[in-house]
Design a protein around this ligand. Structure first.
Ligand code: HEC
Ligand code: HEC
Length: 477
Protein backbone atom coordinates (compact mmCIF):
# COMPACT_ATOMS: atom_id res chain seq x y z
CA UNK A 1 0.00 0.00 0.00
CA UNK A 2 1.10 3.51 -0.69
CA UNK A 3 2.01 5.94 2.00
CA UNK A 4 0.00 9.12 1.76
CA UNK A 5 0.76 12.59 2.96
CA UNK A 6 -1.89 15.01 4.08
CA UNK A 7 -1.16 18.57 4.81
CA UNK A 8 -3.76 19.58 7.36
CA UNK A 9 -5.18 16.48 9.01
CA UNK A 10 -5.36 18.03 12.44
CA UNK A 11 -6.95 21.29 11.42
CA UNK A 12 -9.59 19.31 9.63
CA UNK A 13 -10.42 16.92 12.42
CA UNK A 14 -11.37 20.08 14.31
CA UNK A 15 -13.63 21.15 11.49
CA UNK A 16 -15.61 17.92 11.49
CA UNK A 17 -17.11 18.89 14.78
CA UNK A 18 -18.17 22.35 13.55
CA UNK A 19 -19.72 20.98 10.38
CA UNK A 20 -21.66 18.54 12.48
CA UNK A 21 -23.18 21.24 14.70
CA UNK A 22 -24.07 23.60 11.85
CA UNK A 23 -25.70 21.20 9.47
CA UNK A 24 -28.59 19.89 11.41
CA UNK A 25 -30.44 17.19 9.58
CA UNK A 26 -27.52 16.28 7.36
CA UNK A 27 -25.89 12.94 7.85
CA UNK A 28 -22.44 13.59 9.18
CA UNK A 29 -20.07 10.72 9.74
CA UNK A 30 -19.60 9.99 13.38
CA UNK A 31 -16.57 7.78 12.90
CA UNK A 32 -13.22 9.22 13.77
CA UNK A 33 -11.30 10.09 10.64
CA UNK A 34 -7.99 8.28 10.74
CA UNK A 35 -5.20 10.77 10.54
CA UNK A 36 -3.81 11.24 7.07
CA UNK A 37 -6.16 8.83 5.37
CA UNK A 38 -9.60 9.98 4.33
CA UNK A 39 -8.98 13.58 3.35
CA UNK A 40 -9.60 13.59 -0.37
CA UNK A 41 -8.93 17.28 -0.94
CA UNK A 42 -6.92 18.64 1.97
CA UNK A 43 -8.55 21.70 3.50
CA UNK A 44 -11.48 21.47 1.05
CA UNK A 45 -12.69 18.10 2.31
CA UNK A 46 -16.22 17.72 3.76
CA UNK A 47 -17.66 14.95 5.88
CA UNK A 48 -21.22 14.72 4.60
CA UNK A 49 -22.72 11.45 3.48
CA UNK A 50 -26.12 12.85 2.47
CA UNK A 51 -27.47 13.96 -0.91
CA UNK A 52 -25.71 17.32 -0.28
CA UNK A 53 -22.26 15.74 -0.19
CA UNK A 54 -21.22 17.24 -3.57
CA UNK A 55 -23.01 20.54 -3.02
CA UNK A 56 -21.38 21.99 0.09
CA UNK A 57 -19.02 24.96 0.14
CA UNK A 58 -15.48 24.49 1.42
CA UNK A 59 -14.97 25.74 4.96
CA UNK A 60 -12.71 28.59 3.74
CA UNK A 61 -15.68 30.19 1.97
CA UNK A 62 -16.81 32.96 4.32
CA UNK A 63 -17.89 36.61 4.27
CA UNK A 64 -18.26 38.16 0.83
CA UNK A 65 -17.16 34.91 -0.79
CA UNK A 66 -20.03 33.13 0.92
CA UNK A 67 -22.51 35.65 -0.51
CA UNK A 68 -21.12 35.17 -3.99
CA UNK A 69 -21.08 31.39 -3.52
CA UNK A 70 -24.77 31.48 -2.57
CA UNK A 71 -25.56 33.73 -5.55
CA UNK A 72 -23.73 31.32 -7.83
CA UNK A 73 -25.49 28.32 -6.29
CA UNK A 74 -28.88 29.96 -6.80
CA UNK A 75 -28.13 30.87 -10.43
CA UNK A 76 -26.89 27.37 -11.06
CA UNK A 77 -30.21 25.90 -9.95
CA UNK A 78 -32.36 28.75 -11.28
CA UNK A 79 -34.92 27.33 -13.73
CA UNK A 80 -34.70 29.69 -16.69
CA UNK A 81 -37.93 30.79 -18.33
CA UNK A 82 -38.52 31.85 -21.91
CA UNK A 83 -39.16 35.49 -20.98
CA UNK A 84 -36.55 38.17 -21.57
CA UNK A 85 -34.49 39.69 -18.80
CA UNK A 86 -33.62 38.36 -15.38
CA UNK A 87 -34.08 34.63 -14.92
CA UNK A 88 -35.22 34.34 -18.53
CA UNK A 89 -33.58 33.71 -21.84
CA UNK A 90 -34.21 29.98 -22.05
CA UNK A 91 -34.01 28.60 -25.58
CA UNK A 92 -35.69 29.05 -28.03
CA UNK A 93 -34.15 25.60 -28.37
CA UNK A 94 -32.21 24.04 -25.54
CA UNK A 95 -31.12 20.78 -23.85
CA UNK A 96 -31.64 21.55 -20.12
CA UNK A 97 -33.37 24.42 -18.31
CA UNK A 98 -30.80 25.01 -15.56
CA UNK A 99 -27.29 23.80 -14.84
CA UNK A 100 -28.80 21.85 -11.96
CA UNK A 101 -31.37 20.15 -14.21
CA UNK A 102 -28.52 18.05 -15.62
CA UNK A 103 -26.14 18.30 -12.67
CA UNK A 104 -28.66 17.59 -9.87
CA UNK A 105 -27.08 18.33 -6.46
CA UNK A 106 -23.88 19.17 -8.37
CA UNK A 107 -23.83 15.56 -9.55
CA UNK A 108 -25.24 13.55 -12.41
CA UNK A 109 -28.98 13.63 -13.01
CA UNK A 110 -30.54 10.21 -13.65
CA UNK A 111 -30.18 9.62 -17.43
CA UNK A 112 -33.40 9.95 -19.47
CA UNK A 113 -31.61 7.54 -21.81
CA UNK A 114 -32.62 4.82 -19.39
CA UNK A 115 -35.83 6.24 -17.93
CA UNK A 116 -37.38 7.45 -21.19
CA UNK A 117 -35.43 5.67 -23.93
CA UNK A 118 -33.73 8.88 -25.13
CA UNK A 119 -34.84 12.51 -25.05
CA UNK A 120 -37.00 13.44 -22.09
CA UNK A 121 -40.65 13.98 -22.93
CA UNK A 122 -41.49 16.57 -20.29
CA UNK A 123 -39.39 19.52 -21.46
CA UNK A 124 -36.15 18.19 -20.13
CA UNK A 125 -33.31 15.82 -21.05
CA UNK A 126 -30.37 14.98 -18.82
CA UNK A 127 -27.67 14.66 -21.47
CA UNK A 128 -25.88 16.36 -24.32
CA UNK A 129 -26.03 14.97 -27.85
CA UNK A 130 -23.21 16.13 -30.16
CA UNK A 131 -23.78 15.78 -33.88
CA UNK A 132 -21.57 16.26 -36.95
CA UNK A 133 -21.34 15.11 -40.51
CA UNK A 134 -19.20 12.05 -41.14
CA UNK A 135 -16.43 14.40 -42.31
CA UNK A 136 -16.55 16.30 -39.01
CA UNK A 137 -18.37 19.40 -40.33
CA UNK A 138 -21.42 20.81 -38.55
CA UNK A 139 -24.92 20.90 -40.02
CA UNK A 140 -26.08 24.43 -40.83
CA UNK A 141 -29.57 23.95 -39.45
CA UNK A 142 -28.44 22.28 -36.24
CA UNK A 143 -24.96 23.26 -35.05
CA UNK A 144 -22.82 21.23 -32.66
CA UNK A 145 -25.40 20.13 -30.09
CA UNK A 146 -28.80 18.63 -30.82
CA UNK A 147 -31.26 20.75 -28.85
CA UNK A 148 -33.98 18.25 -28.20
CA UNK A 149 -36.17 20.63 -26.15
CA UNK A 150 -37.76 23.96 -27.06
CA UNK A 151 -39.88 26.70 -25.54
CA UNK A 152 -43.60 26.94 -26.27
CA UNK A 153 -44.36 27.50 -29.95
CA UNK A 154 -40.95 26.37 -31.20
CA UNK A 155 -39.95 22.92 -32.41
CA UNK A 156 -37.08 21.01 -30.83
CA UNK A 157 -34.30 20.32 -33.35
CA UNK A 158 -34.91 16.59 -33.11
CA UNK A 159 -35.36 13.75 -30.62
CA UNK A 160 -32.88 11.12 -29.56
CA UNK A 161 -33.85 7.46 -29.33
CA UNK A 162 -31.67 4.76 -27.87
CA UNK A 163 -31.85 1.04 -28.44
CA UNK A 164 -29.94 -1.28 -26.17
CA UNK A 165 -28.24 -4.44 -27.35
CA UNK A 166 -27.57 -6.83 -24.47
CA UNK A 167 -24.94 -9.53 -24.20
CA UNK A 168 -24.14 -11.83 -21.33
CA UNK A 169 -20.54 -12.65 -20.42
CA UNK A 170 -18.95 -14.90 -17.85
CA UNK A 171 -16.20 -14.46 -15.29
CA UNK A 172 -13.76 -17.42 -15.17
CA UNK A 173 -15.43 -18.50 -11.89
CA UNK A 174 -18.80 -18.87 -13.64
CA UNK A 175 -20.52 -15.72 -12.37
CA UNK A 176 -22.19 -13.86 -15.20
CA UNK A 177 -22.52 -10.19 -16.04
CA UNK A 178 -24.37 -8.39 -18.79
CA UNK A 179 -23.34 -5.36 -20.86
CA UNK A 180 -25.69 -3.05 -22.74
CA UNK A 181 -24.42 -1.32 -25.90
CA UNK A 182 -26.40 1.68 -27.11
CA UNK A 183 -27.40 2.47 -30.69
CA UNK A 184 -28.57 6.03 -31.16
CA UNK A 185 -30.96 7.36 -33.76
CA UNK A 186 -32.37 10.83 -34.14
CA UNK A 187 -35.95 11.30 -35.26
CA UNK A 188 -38.28 14.26 -35.71
CA UNK A 189 -35.64 16.54 -37.30
CA UNK A 190 -37.29 19.96 -37.44
CA UNK A 191 -35.67 20.88 -40.81
CA UNK A 192 -33.53 18.83 -43.21
CA UNK A 193 -33.76 15.16 -42.37
CA UNK A 194 -30.24 13.88 -42.02
CA UNK A 195 -29.62 10.45 -43.36
CA UNK A 196 -28.14 8.08 -40.78
CA UNK A 197 -25.18 7.39 -43.10
CA UNK A 198 -24.27 11.13 -43.01
CA UNK A 199 -24.46 11.41 -39.24
CA UNK A 200 -22.06 11.05 -36.36
CA UNK A 201 -23.75 11.31 -33.03
CA UNK A 202 -22.29 10.94 -29.56
CA UNK A 203 -24.07 11.16 -26.25
CA UNK A 204 -22.72 12.37 -22.89
CA UNK A 205 -24.30 12.22 -19.49
CA UNK A 206 -23.21 14.99 -17.11
CA UNK A 207 -20.10 14.75 -14.98
CA UNK A 208 -20.11 15.00 -11.20
CA UNK A 209 -18.85 18.39 -9.95
CA UNK A 210 -16.60 16.80 -7.35
CA UNK A 211 -13.28 18.65 -7.15
CA UNK A 212 -13.79 21.27 -9.87
CA UNK A 213 -11.64 23.86 -8.03
CA UNK A 214 -8.88 21.35 -7.34
CA UNK A 215 -8.95 20.29 -11.01
CA UNK A 216 -8.51 23.91 -12.08
CA UNK A 217 -5.66 24.35 -9.58
CA UNK A 218 -3.71 21.27 -10.63
CA UNK A 219 -0.15 21.95 -11.57
CA UNK A 220 -0.43 20.92 -15.22
CA UNK A 221 3.31 20.31 -15.36
CA UNK A 222 2.60 17.32 -13.12
CA UNK A 223 0.09 16.09 -15.68
CA UNK A 224 2.58 16.60 -18.51
CA UNK A 225 5.24 14.76 -16.53
CA UNK A 226 2.77 11.89 -16.03
CA UNK A 227 2.11 11.83 -19.78
CA UNK A 228 5.84 11.69 -20.44
CA UNK A 229 6.36 8.81 -18.04
CA UNK A 230 2.88 7.24 -18.09
CA UNK A 231 4.10 4.49 -20.27
CA UNK A 232 3.65 1.01 -19.00
CA UNK A 233 4.19 -1.24 -22.05
CA UNK A 234 3.75 -4.34 -19.90
CA UNK A 235 0.12 -3.26 -19.36
CA UNK A 236 -0.33 -1.49 -22.70
CA UNK A 237 -0.88 1.88 -21.01
CA UNK A 238 0.32 5.27 -22.25
CA UNK A 239 -1.64 8.45 -21.57
CA UNK A 240 -1.35 11.76 -23.35
CA UNK A 241 -2.44 15.35 -22.87
CA UNK A 242 -5.14 17.03 -24.90
CA UNK A 243 -3.66 20.43 -25.80
CA UNK A 244 -6.45 22.92 -26.34
CA UNK A 245 -6.56 26.52 -27.53
CA UNK A 246 -9.43 28.51 -26.04
CA UNK A 247 -9.78 32.30 -25.78
CA UNK A 248 -6.35 32.63 -27.38
CA UNK A 249 -4.63 30.54 -24.73
CA UNK A 250 -3.13 27.10 -25.33
CA UNK A 251 -2.88 24.69 -22.45
CA UNK A 252 -3.51 21.21 -21.13
CA UNK A 253 -7.22 20.42 -21.34
CA UNK A 254 -8.56 19.14 -18.03
CA UNK A 255 -12.35 19.32 -18.04
CA UNK A 256 -14.86 17.37 -20.09
CA UNK A 257 -14.93 13.68 -20.97
CA UNK A 258 -12.20 14.17 -23.57
CA UNK A 259 -10.28 16.82 -21.58
CA UNK A 260 -11.49 19.16 -24.30
CA UNK A 261 -11.72 22.37 -22.23
CA UNK A 262 -9.33 24.62 -20.32
CA UNK A 263 -11.92 26.05 -17.92
CA UNK A 264 -15.29 25.15 -16.43
CA UNK A 265 -17.19 26.20 -19.56
CA UNK A 266 -19.71 28.35 -17.71
CA UNK A 267 -20.35 30.61 -20.71
CA UNK A 268 -20.70 27.63 -23.02
CA UNK A 269 -23.01 25.87 -20.55
CA UNK A 270 -25.38 28.83 -20.50
CA UNK A 271 -25.26 29.34 -24.25
CA UNK A 272 -25.03 25.91 -25.79
CA UNK A 273 -26.89 23.82 -23.20
CA UNK A 274 -29.66 26.28 -22.32
CA UNK A 275 -29.77 28.93 -25.05
CA UNK A 276 -28.99 31.63 -22.48
CA UNK A 277 -26.95 34.39 -24.20
CA UNK A 278 -23.98 36.05 -22.51
CA UNK A 279 -21.02 38.30 -23.20
CA UNK A 280 -18.93 35.50 -24.66
CA UNK A 281 -21.78 34.02 -26.74
CA UNK A 282 -24.06 36.99 -27.48
CA UNK A 283 -25.93 35.27 -30.32
CA UNK A 284 -28.71 32.76 -29.85
CA UNK A 285 -27.43 29.25 -30.60
CA UNK A 286 -30.04 28.82 -33.31
CA UNK A 287 -29.08 32.10 -35.05
CA UNK A 288 -29.06 31.52 -38.79
CA UNK A 289 -30.98 28.25 -38.57
CA UNK A 290 -34.03 27.56 -40.71
CA UNK A 291 -36.46 27.88 -37.84
CA UNK A 292 -35.40 31.47 -37.11
CA UNK A 293 -35.38 32.38 -40.80
CA UNK A 294 -38.87 30.99 -41.25
CA UNK A 295 -40.05 33.50 -38.70
CA UNK A 296 -41.57 31.00 -36.33
CA UNK A 297 -39.78 32.78 -33.48
CA UNK A 298 -41.07 36.20 -34.35
CA UNK A 299 -41.92 38.28 -31.35
CA UNK A 300 -38.92 37.13 -29.34
CA UNK A 301 -36.36 39.80 -28.67
CA UNK A 302 -32.72 38.84 -28.89
CA UNK A 303 -31.22 42.25 -28.13
CA UNK A 304 -30.41 41.75 -24.52
CA UNK A 305 -27.91 39.38 -22.90
CA UNK A 306 -29.70 36.84 -20.72
CA UNK A 307 -27.04 36.45 -18.05
CA UNK A 308 -24.45 39.00 -16.91
CA UNK A 309 -20.73 38.44 -16.76
CA UNK A 310 -20.83 38.92 -13.00
CA UNK A 311 -23.48 36.23 -12.65
CA UNK A 312 -21.35 33.78 -14.64
CA UNK A 313 -18.38 34.61 -12.42
CA UNK A 314 -20.47 33.75 -9.38
CA UNK A 315 -21.34 30.37 -10.92
CA UNK A 316 -17.64 29.79 -11.59
CA UNK A 317 -16.80 30.69 -7.96
CA UNK A 318 -19.58 28.39 -6.75
CA UNK A 319 -18.25 25.39 -8.67
CA UNK A 320 -14.62 25.99 -7.79
CA UNK A 321 -15.36 26.36 -4.07
CA UNK A 322 -17.35 23.16 -3.64
CA UNK A 323 -15.80 20.77 -1.17
CA UNK A 324 -14.97 17.14 -1.84
CA UNK A 325 -16.50 14.39 0.30
CA UNK A 326 -14.08 12.48 2.52
CA UNK A 327 -13.73 8.75 2.04
CA UNK A 328 -15.85 6.53 4.24
CA UNK A 329 -15.47 3.12 5.90
CA UNK A 330 -11.75 3.31 5.49
CA UNK A 331 -11.16 0.86 8.34
CA UNK A 332 -13.50 -1.79 6.98
CA UNK A 333 -11.34 -4.86 6.20
CA UNK A 334 -13.22 -5.50 2.94
CA UNK A 335 -12.59 -1.91 1.79
CA UNK A 336 -8.92 -2.23 2.71
CA UNK A 337 -8.67 -5.50 0.81
CA UNK A 338 -10.39 -3.77 -2.14
CA UNK A 339 -7.85 -0.98 -2.07
CA UNK A 340 -5.06 -3.54 -2.42
CA UNK A 341 -6.98 -5.10 -5.31
CA UNK A 342 -7.25 -1.64 -6.96
CA UNK A 343 -3.45 -1.47 -7.04
CA UNK A 344 -3.13 -5.13 -7.96
CA UNK A 345 -5.39 -4.63 -11.00
CA UNK A 346 -3.27 -1.59 -11.97
CA UNK A 347 -6.28 0.72 -11.90
CA UNK A 348 -4.00 3.33 -10.30
CA UNK A 349 -1.84 3.56 -13.42
CA UNK A 350 -4.62 5.72 -14.94
CA UNK A 351 -6.80 6.52 -11.92
CA UNK A 352 -3.79 8.27 -10.31
CA UNK A 353 -4.36 8.42 -6.58
CA UNK A 354 -2.37 11.52 -5.64
CA UNK A 355 -1.72 14.83 -7.40
CA UNK A 356 -0.76 18.32 -6.21
CA UNK A 357 -2.11 21.77 -6.82
CA UNK A 358 0.08 24.69 -7.79
CA UNK A 359 1.03 27.16 -5.05
CA UNK A 360 -1.18 30.03 -6.21
CA UNK A 361 -4.32 27.87 -6.40
CA UNK A 362 -6.91 28.36 -9.11
CA UNK A 363 -7.89 31.47 -11.03
CA UNK A 364 -11.54 32.39 -11.55
CA UNK A 365 -12.97 33.81 -14.78
CA UNK A 366 -12.64 37.33 -13.39
CA UNK A 367 -8.99 36.82 -12.43
CA UNK A 368 -9.56 36.31 -8.67
CA UNK A 369 -7.23 33.70 -7.24
CA UNK A 370 -8.53 31.07 -4.87
CA UNK A 371 -5.30 30.70 -2.93
CA UNK A 372 -6.91 28.23 -0.51
CA UNK A 373 -6.71 25.73 -3.34
CA UNK A 374 -2.95 26.18 -3.55
CA UNK A 375 -0.26 23.69 -2.48
CA UNK A 376 -2.74 20.95 -1.61
CA UNK A 377 -2.22 17.22 -1.83
CA UNK A 378 -5.33 15.80 -3.46
CA UNK A 379 -6.69 12.35 -4.29
CA UNK A 380 -8.73 12.63 -7.48
CA UNK A 381 -8.09 9.07 -8.73
CA UNK A 382 -7.36 10.40 -12.20
CA UNK A 383 -4.35 11.37 -14.30
CA UNK A 384 -6.58 13.68 -16.40
CA UNK A 385 -4.92 12.16 -19.48
CA UNK A 386 -6.43 10.65 -22.60
CA UNK A 387 -6.39 6.89 -23.03
CA UNK A 388 -7.46 4.67 -25.90
CA UNK A 389 -10.30 2.68 -24.35
CA UNK A 390 -10.76 0.30 -27.29
CA UNK A 391 -13.35 -0.43 -29.96
CA UNK A 392 -13.71 -4.19 -29.57
CA UNK A 393 -16.17 -4.99 -26.80
CA UNK A 394 -19.53 -5.85 -28.42
CA UNK A 395 -17.97 -4.58 -31.71
CA UNK A 396 -18.06 -0.95 -30.57
CA UNK A 397 -16.25 -0.59 -27.28
CA UNK A 398 -16.20 2.92 -25.91
CA UNK A 399 -15.28 4.38 -29.32
CA UNK A 400 -17.71 7.14 -30.29
CA UNK A 401 -15.87 8.24 -33.47
CA UNK A 402 -15.98 11.84 -32.24
CA UNK A 403 -12.83 13.95 -32.31
CA UNK A 404 -12.30 16.69 -29.68
CA UNK A 405 -9.01 18.56 -30.04
CA UNK A 406 -6.32 15.89 -30.08
CA UNK A 407 -8.67 13.25 -28.66
CA UNK A 408 -9.71 10.61 -31.14
CA UNK A 409 -12.97 8.67 -31.07
CA UNK A 410 -11.56 5.90 -28.91
CA UNK A 411 -9.80 8.23 -26.46
CA UNK A 412 -11.27 9.41 -23.16
CA UNK A 413 -10.03 11.36 -20.17
CA UNK A 414 -9.67 9.13 -17.10
CA UNK A 415 -12.76 9.99 -15.05
CA UNK A 416 -11.84 11.18 -11.54
CA UNK A 417 -13.29 8.67 -9.09
CA UNK A 418 -13.37 10.83 -5.96
CA UNK A 419 -16.89 11.01 -4.57
CA UNK A 420 -18.10 8.24 -6.93
CA UNK A 421 -19.24 6.06 -4.01
CA UNK A 422 -21.81 8.70 -3.06
CA UNK A 423 -23.36 9.06 -6.54
CA UNK A 424 -26.17 6.71 -5.56
CA UNK A 425 -27.01 8.79 -2.47
CA UNK A 426 -26.64 12.13 -4.28
CA UNK A 427 -28.37 11.22 -7.54
CA UNK A 428 -30.24 8.00 -6.86
CA UNK A 429 -28.59 5.87 -9.53
CA UNK A 430 -25.37 4.06 -10.45
CA UNK A 431 -25.13 4.75 -14.18
CA UNK A 432 -21.51 5.31 -15.19
CA UNK A 433 -19.23 6.06 -18.18
CA UNK A 434 -19.50 8.95 -20.62
CA UNK A 435 -22.94 7.96 -21.88
CA UNK A 436 -24.23 6.18 -18.79
CA UNK A 437 -24.30 2.76 -20.47
CA UNK A 438 -22.84 1.00 -17.40
CA UNK A 439 -25.55 0.27 -14.82
CA UNK A 440 -23.20 -0.49 -11.95
CA UNK A 441 -19.53 -0.59 -10.98
CA UNK A 442 -18.85 -4.04 -12.43
CA UNK A 443 -20.22 -3.08 -15.84
CA UNK A 444 -18.19 0.14 -15.80
CA UNK A 445 -15.00 -1.86 -15.25
CA UNK A 446 -15.91 -4.54 -17.78
CA UNK A 447 -16.32 -1.90 -20.55
CA UNK A 448 -12.61 -1.01 -20.14
CA UNK A 449 -10.79 -2.12 -23.33
CA UNK A 450 -7.79 -0.85 -25.28
CA UNK A 451 -5.26 0.53 -22.79
CA UNK A 452 -7.62 -0.62 -20.02
CA UNK A 453 -7.80 -4.20 -21.30
CA UNK A 454 -4.96 -5.67 -19.19
CA UNK A 455 -6.26 -3.99 -16.04
CA UNK A 456 -9.81 -5.15 -16.75
CA UNK A 457 -8.56 -8.72 -17.19
CA UNK A 458 -6.68 -8.61 -13.88
CA UNK A 459 -10.04 -7.71 -12.27
CA UNK A 460 -11.88 -10.32 -14.29
CA UNK A 461 -9.58 -13.10 -13.12
CA UNK A 462 -9.88 -12.26 -9.43
CA UNK A 463 -11.96 -14.38 -7.08
CA UNK A 464 -15.51 -13.18 -6.51
CA UNK A 465 -14.51 -12.15 -3.03
CA UNK A 466 -11.74 -9.90 -4.33
CA UNK A 467 -13.94 -8.40 -7.07
CA UNK A 468 -16.56 -7.59 -4.44
CA UNK A 469 -13.84 -6.06 -2.26
CA UNK A 470 -12.67 -3.85 -5.11
CA UNK A 471 -16.23 -2.62 -5.63
CA UNK A 472 -16.55 -1.99 -1.88
CA UNK A 473 -13.42 0.14 -2.15
CA UNK A 474 -14.93 2.16 -5.04
CA UNK A 475 -18.00 2.73 -2.88
CA UNK A 476 -15.76 4.16 -0.18
CA UNK A 477 -14.41 6.88 -2.52
C1 HEC B 1 -28.37 19.43 -20.88
C2 HEC B 1 -27.60 19.02 -19.75
C3 HEC B 1 -26.58 19.99 -19.19
C4 HEC B 1 -26.76 21.29 -18.77
C5 HEC B 1 -28.04 22.12 -18.83
C6 HEC B 1 -25.48 21.72 -18.24
N1 HEC B 1 -24.56 20.70 -18.34
FE1 HEC B 1 -22.63 20.77 -17.70
N2 HEC B 1 -22.29 18.96 -18.55
C7 HEC B 1 -23.23 18.20 -19.18
C8 HEC B 1 -22.57 17.09 -19.85
C9 HEC B 1 -23.26 16.03 -20.67
C10 HEC B 1 -21.19 17.21 -19.58
C11 HEC B 1 -20.07 16.34 -20.14
C12 HEC B 1 -19.70 16.98 -21.46
C13 HEC B 1 -18.58 16.34 -22.20
O1 HEC B 1 -17.69 15.80 -21.61
O2 HEC B 1 -18.56 16.41 -23.43
C14 HEC B 1 -21.05 18.40 -18.75
C15 HEC B 1 -19.83 18.85 -18.24
C16 HEC B 1 -19.70 19.95 -17.44
C17 HEC B 1 -18.46 20.36 -16.80
C18 HEC B 1 -17.13 19.62 -16.86
C19 HEC B 1 -16.94 18.83 -15.61
C20 HEC B 1 -15.69 18.00 -15.53
O3 HEC B 1 -15.57 17.20 -14.58
O4 HEC B 1 -14.80 18.08 -16.38
C21 HEC B 1 -18.74 21.51 -16.12
C22 HEC B 1 -17.78 22.29 -15.24
C23 HEC B 1 -20.14 21.84 -16.36
N3 HEC B 1 -20.69 20.86 -17.15
C24 HEC B 1 -20.78 22.95 -15.85
C25 HEC B 1 -22.07 23.35 -16.23
C26 HEC B 1 -22.65 24.64 -15.91
C27 HEC B 1 -21.98 25.74 -15.13
C28 HEC B 1 -23.90 24.66 -16.46
C29 HEC B 1 -24.91 25.78 -16.47
C30 HEC B 1 -24.43 27.05 -16.99
C31 HEC B 1 -24.09 23.36 -17.10
N4 HEC B 1 -22.96 22.60 -16.93
C32 HEC B 1 -25.24 22.98 -17.73
C33 HEC B 1 -24.58 18.44 -19.22
C34 HEC B 1 -25.19 19.64 -18.93
C1 HEC C 1 -5.94 2.81 -19.32
C2 HEC C 1 -6.41 3.68 -18.27
C3 HEC C 1 -7.40 3.11 -17.29
C4 HEC C 1 -7.25 2.01 -16.45
C5 HEC C 1 -6.06 1.09 -16.34
C6 HEC C 1 -8.47 1.93 -15.69
N1 HEC C 1 -9.34 2.93 -16.04
FE1 HEC C 1 -11.17 3.26 -15.29
N2 HEC C 1 -11.51 4.70 -16.67
C7 HEC C 1 -10.58 5.14 -17.60
C8 HEC C 1 -11.22 6.05 -18.52
C9 HEC C 1 -10.54 6.75 -19.69
C10 HEC C 1 -12.57 6.14 -18.13
C11 HEC C 1 -13.69 6.93 -18.83
C12 HEC C 1 -14.33 6.04 -19.90
C13 HEC C 1 -15.67 6.54 -20.42
O1 HEC C 1 -16.34 7.32 -19.76
O2 HEC C 1 -16.07 6.09 -21.50
C14 HEC C 1 -12.70 5.29 -16.95
C15 HEC C 1 -13.88 5.14 -16.23
C16 HEC C 1 -14.00 4.39 -15.06
C17 HEC C 1 -15.18 4.32 -14.23
C18 HEC C 1 -16.49 5.06 -14.46
C19 HEC C 1 -16.44 6.42 -13.82
C20 HEC C 1 -17.69 7.22 -13.99
O3 HEC C 1 -18.02 7.98 -13.08
O4 HEC C 1 -18.36 7.14 -15.03
C21 HEC C 1 -14.90 3.47 -13.19
C22 HEC C 1 -15.82 3.08 -12.05
C23 HEC C 1 -13.55 3.01 -13.39
N3 HEC C 1 -13.02 3.59 -14.52
C24 HEC C 1 -12.91 2.11 -12.55
C25 HEC C 1 -11.70 1.49 -12.87
C26 HEC C 1 -11.15 0.37 -12.15
C27 HEC C 1 -11.75 -0.24 -10.91
C28 HEC C 1 -10.00 0.01 -12.80
C29 HEC C 1 -9.10 -1.17 -12.50
C30 HEC C 1 -9.73 -2.46 -12.59
C31 HEC C 1 -9.83 0.93 -13.90
N4 HEC C 1 -10.87 1.80 -13.92
C32 HEC C 1 -8.73 0.94 -14.75
C33 HEC C 1 -9.26 4.77 -17.66
C34 HEC C 1 -8.72 3.67 -17.02
Amino acid sequence: MQIRKYIYPLVLSGLIVCTACEDEGLDVLDVEVPEGFALSAGTSTNFLTSSKAYDQESSWITGKYLNRFNEGDALYDDVRTSSNGQGGGLGPVYAGYSCGSCHLNAGRTRPTLWTEGGSGSSGFSSMLVYITRRNGAFFRNYGRVLHDQAIYGVEPEGKLKVEWRYETFEFPDGETYELAAPTYTITEWYADSIRPEDLFCTVRIPLRHVGMGQMMAIDTREIEALAAKSNYPEYGISGRCNYITEKGVTGVGLSGNKAQHLDLTVELGFSSDMGVTNSRYPEEICEGQAQVDQGSMMGLSYDQLDVSTEEMEDVDLYMQSLSVPARRNVNDPQVQRGEQMFYQAKCHLCHTVTLHTRPRGSTLLNGTQLTWLGSQTIHPYSDFLLHDMGSEIMDVGLNDNYVSGLARGNEWRTTPLWGIGLQEVVNGHTYFLHDGRARNFVEAIMWHGGEGEASKNLFKNMSKEDRDALVAFLRSL
